[in-house]
Design a protein around this ligand. Structure first.
Ligand code: MSP
Length: 505
């Protein structure tokens, strides 16, 4: 099995915020999970640098655009690491390899007869980097950016999107899971069914971008340039190897709803035109909102992911972001809720479970995990692996973490119910105590394997505390694989107390 996952490539007109980190960390969870299942994975993220808005910011700062993007791209390169994401390649659309491939790709579309020249006059929203119809505006403004679009008239090259209406409808009807969740699929399908207009594939009068191969006076429209990254990266990420053979079309795109139309309508049409297969799946998640407002550069209520990670660590941020909001829906988050989940769920539910269990093994069994399966009343975790797998196949990150957390809570309840400290008082209960301690150790091990994709920093520490090999292969999510060990010591807190919740603000 092959699992290639992409995030959007982010605009470099400003620095990253928690909303971008959200997509990247969610993608990492999926990729790591598929890696645990032994699949051949590839994880791509990067930056979208040829936008007009990027060019304008550079101009405002009096910088050459390339100098500007080189500087700010460094900030974006840090995002994956900040959220604990293990990427395979970071693409920048100013890479030579990308630019070369974009030219080749649009040339193929041109040669296939899907491009014609026309003069266009329309309202362009620089925030969206897209032309807008009157009926998409509210009081003459783009509702997304709250700005009045600019009237632009220029000679452009047009892509015959209208030709792809029928092929796209057929695709949507044949592949019900092409776009998920279903309500997003319906949204995309009805947009297509409503009729597709050709769109401008080039821009005139802007020196910043990839030159159109047959007309050096024009640059490729930034959205076309950007979408092609998902393919171009494969041609030069590994020097000397064309990864397209290995990873295309096994690609899944993870995006938020703001860019649905580009990915679910334009991109498959462009691919069909250029003679490529369409992606496996496009999953569209919602917006993370802070205090009921979308977190966005233009609105100003931005949280730098680095601040949160500095205070709580990347695992806690990953946990909070996926657990707090049903993945796929919009949802509101607060910094207080991060603090609360850190203390109550990570610190108490999980952290204390590990501390108590290791402390009891140290105290009552001198650090030895007895191999004694079959404790009465212990939660059965036989189905956990399958449940997590099914949820993650549907990109239901929240459902998966909820199922794991149910297991964590069931283990805590088992500690309370079985009262090992009472059993330890009477030698007659020695065998039962062995079974209880084994059930706890094995349950925690299973949970650690299941949680690994979500908490990649913490889970090795858990296995280490239990003296277990660092084996996160998905087959080890099966209960009963805990090995005997002699040297378990009381584990230090996995999630040490963090004093000031306001520190993250
Ligand atoms: N450059 C384009 C994408 C081109 S992809 C071929 C772009 N860039 S962006 O910087 O605006 O990033 C948009 C994406 O960032 C969203 O689709 C989403 O993945 C992520 N998010 C940005 N803000 C977000 C939230 N507040 N909540 C959730 N995701 C957010 O569009």
């Amino acid at each position: 099995m092959t699992f290639y996952l992409t995030t959007p490539i982010y605009y470099v007109n400003a620095t990253p915020h928690i909303g971008h980190a959200y997509t990247t960390l969610a993608a990492d969870i999926l990729v790591r999970h598929h890696g645990q299942r032994g699949e051949d994975t590839f994880f791509l993220t990067g930056t979208d640098e040829h936008a007009s808005k990027v060019y304008r910011v550079a101009e405002e700062q009096g910088l050459d655009p390339k100098v500007y993007v080189d500087q700010i791209a460094e900030k974006w390169r840090e995002v994956p690491e900040q959220v604990g994401a293990d990427i395979d390649f970071f693409i920048r659309t100013t890479d030579e390899g990308h630019k070369r491939f974009v030219q080749e790709f649009v040339q193929r579309i041109y040669d296939n007869g899907d491009i014609y020249e026309d003069t266009y006059s329309g309202l362009y929203c620089v925030g969206c980097e897209a032309f807008k119809n009157e009926d998409e505006l509210v009081d003459g403004k783009c509702p997304e950016h709250d700005t009045v679009p600019e009237l632009i008239e220029e000679k452009n090259y047009f892509f015959r999107l209208s030709r792809y209406q029928e092929p796209l409808l057929k695709l949507y009807d044949e592949r019900p899971d092409f776009v998920l969740p279903d309500f997003r699929r319906n949204e995309a399908r009805s947009f297509i069914a409503g009729g597709l207009e050709d769109f401008s594939l080039s821009r005139a009068g802007q020196p910043w971008g990839v030159p159109v191969p047959w007309d050096q006076e024009q640059v490729v429209y930034v959205w076309v340039d950007a979408l092609i990254n998902y393919l171009s990266a494969l041609t030069y990420a590994t020097p000397g190897e064309d990864l397209r053979e290995r990873y295309w079309p096994h690609v899944r795109h993870l995006i938020a709803k703001d860019i649905l139309r580009f990915h679910c309508v334009y991109w498959p049409a462009l691919l069909l035109s250029a003679g490529y297969e369409v992606p496996r799946r496009i999953f569209v998640h919602g917006y993370l909102t802070l205090d009921e407002r979308k977190i966005s550069k233009s609105l100003g209520n931005v949280i730098d992911p680095l601040n949160l990670v500095d205070v709580y660590g990347s695992d806690a941020v990953r946990y909070w972001a996926t657990r707090s909001v049903q993945f796929g829906q919009d949802g509101s988050v607060s910094l207080d809720s991060l603090h609360e989940r850190y203390e109550r769920e990570l610190g108490n539910d999980l952290g204390n479970l590990v501390s108590r269990t290791t402390a009891m093994i140290a105290k009552y069994r001198d650090g030895r995990i007895p191999l004694a399966p079959g404790a009465e009343g212990a939660p059965s975790l036989d189905a956990l692996g399958q449940e997590v797998e099914t949820r993650l196949d549907d990109f239901d990150l929240t459902g998966a973490i909820d199922a794991i957390w149910d297991a964590v809570r069931a283990l805590n309840k088992f500690v309370t119910d079985s009262k090992p400290w009472e059993l330890a008082k009477d030698e007659a209960n020695a065998e039962e105590l062995d079974r209880v301690l084994y059930a706890l150790a094995d349950g925690i091990r299973v949970v650690a394997v299941a949680l690994h994709a979500f908490l990649p920093e913490t889970t090795p520490r858990i296995l280490h505390a239990l003296g277990q090999p660092e084996d996160f292969d998905w087959s080890s999510v099966t209960p009963g694989k805990t090995v005997e060990t002699e040297d378990v010591e009381p584990a230090p807190p996995l999630f040490p107390r963090v004093e000031a919740p306001a520190a993250a603000a």
